[in-house]
Design a protein around this ligand. Structure first.
Ligand code: ABU
Length: 385
């Protein structure tokens, strides 16, 4: 009996090499979908944020009514009072997430005012408010996305301390080819086209970003385990989507979605995956491939009308940030306390709402989903289709 116990112990006690291997396999980064229980999250910062240059990539996205603001304030800090209110809102979001038992991490508030010059362009920076735009988490891998805005070229620097820490603790870290961002990446004339003309050109395969080199923002992707959905947008091109498809390989299926949206930029105020079997859609941005979800038996829910006042400064993004929510798990969603119709919609769906105000934070172009990047959720890689 003694020798049996001894041999059992021997076979289950790891050698030093095995211990090292086990440590290496335990990644602090692990997130396969938008809904499993959230354990750790990065929340962005608007401290040190700077108004980006009044460039073609900005003009193509920002509403014309804000063009004077951008022309007059480029390279300067965003309006102080507004930024202070946004900072306070985001601090409160962090407090609530912490109270919910979620570990909150923040990027470094680096200096975005410094002008930089590459052989192809010069620019100042913008911010590190929206980790969802730059960090794409697929399982245990952090992909530092090759974003298309020149003002965001060096944004990764705000996240490097965090990423290095995650890598050292076992995460996989990937930086796709960095775009040159020469003039060849942009069809500049698109910024002067009407919405109708833009839509027509999209149908003909012509967009603001060309196919000169791969580019993509993480926020154009939403994850449902083995199935990942992406839109071709003003910042994500087919070259970039192909790069991701080949990079992720056979374990994942990338699905290209198209929408009635003349200014597509980030899928998460257009289509949101809420939990297995439930997709939230923007009623003003029809999805041409919605049958894919219907055929798989998913419920399609049109999001409630937003309540964002028309005179609220929304320098970037749209009033549909009301649907830009963060799932804390299958049954809990973080939603804007001002958006009563959206709150009621979720409650009717049996989803408990965790409320916080993000009105001032919205002005920089994002809601809860954009302002965060989930680093770790419970659960494993599954197929939902
Ligand atoms: N950055 C997400 C904003 C997308 C939108 O409002 O349509």
């Amino acid at each position: 009996a003694v020798s049996q116990v001894g041999s059992r112990l021997e076979s289950t006690t790891p050698t030093a090499f095995q211990v090292k291997e086990q440590v290496a396999k335990t990644s602090p980064v692990s997130s396969y979908n938008e809904w499993d229980r959230l354990e750790e999250v990065v929340v962005g910062r608007v401290e040190n944020a700077v108004v980006p240059p009044f460039s073609p990539e900005l003009k193509v996205s920002a509403n014309e009514k804000h063009w004077d603001f951008f022309r007059d304030n480029q390279g300067r800090p965003w309006p102080k009072e507004h930024t202070e209110k946004a900072i306070a809102e985001v601090e409160e979001v962090c407090n609530i997430l912490t109270q919910e038992g979620i570990v909150v991490r923040r990027p470094d508030a680096i200096d975005f005012t410094e002008e930089y010059k590459t052989p192809d362009f010069s620019s100042t920076g913008m911010y590190c408010a929206m980790p969802r735009d730059i960090l794409l988490i697929v399982g245990e891998e952090i992909i530092e996305c090759p974003m298309a805005w020149r003002s965001r070229f060096f944004e990764y620097r705000a996240y490097r301390e965090l990423i290095k820490e995650y890598f050292k603790a076992g995460a996989k870290w990937t930086t796709p080819p960095k775009p040159l961002m020469s003039d060849k990446l942009y069809n500049e004339d698109v910024m002067d086209l009407s919405d109708e003309e833009r839509s027509l050109q999209h149908h003909q395969g012509r967009h603001f970003t060309t196919e000169f080199e791969p580019c993509f923002d993480a926020a154009d992707f939403v994850r449902a385990g083995k199935d990942i959905f992406v839109q071709r947008s003003q910042v994500t091109n087919i070259f970039g989507i192909d790069w991701m498809d080949r990079h992720l390989g056979d374990e994942y299926n990338i699905h290209l979605l198209t929408f009635d949206d003349p200014r597509p930029m980030h899928i998460d105020a257009t289509l949101m995956l809420i939990r297995p079997g439930l997709v939230l859609v923007n009623p003003c941005r029809g999805c041409q491939q919605i049958d894919f979800f219907k055929k798989a038996g998913w419920d399609i829910v049109e999001t409630a009308s937003p309540l964002m006042p028309a005179d609220h400064p929304l320098w970037l993004g749209s009033q549909w940030l009301s649907m830009n929510v963060l799932m804390l798990d299958h049954d809990r969603v973080m939603v804007d306390a001002n958006e009563l119709p959206t709150i009621q919609m979720f409650e009717k769906l049996g989803i408990k709402t965790v409320k916080a105000s993000m009105r001032y934070a919205n002005s920089y172009g994002g809601g809860f989903h954009c302002w965060t990047s989930d680093i770790r959720r419970s659960g494993t890689l599954q197929s939902y289709f």
